[in-house]
Design a protein. Sequence first.
Length: 139
Amino acid sequence: MRLSNLADYAVVTMSAAARHCGGGRTSAGELAVETGLPAPTVAKVVSKLTAAGLLRSVRGAHGGLQLARPAAAISLADIVEAVEGPIALAACIDGGECAVDHDCRVRPHWPIVNETLRGALAGVTLTRLAQDYEPETPA
């Protein structure tokens, strides 16, 4: 399983936005420059993140973008779901087509798999994603 490029860009964009959360607001243009992503892509991602309630757009002279809630209250799962929709590894869970649906013995197990994956992603906060990465050194 792999995240789509748009979901990856959403994580990168939210991480950059979180680094501004203690200070003022930022703009989609500033986020594009900081992340190195194309401005139209950042605008698309910002639109999805705003619609999902993760970013807030403030108008006016001191307007701009800001996190809609504290970074510690936003998880990786929240960001991925804002772009991808509900986390589900198998299409049949969302009512998708399946050739063996009539006799599938695995289907009843997918909800626990999906919940486990979502739980793992929910355990990673935006606060953690926004920090500089420092690899652990072996003891």
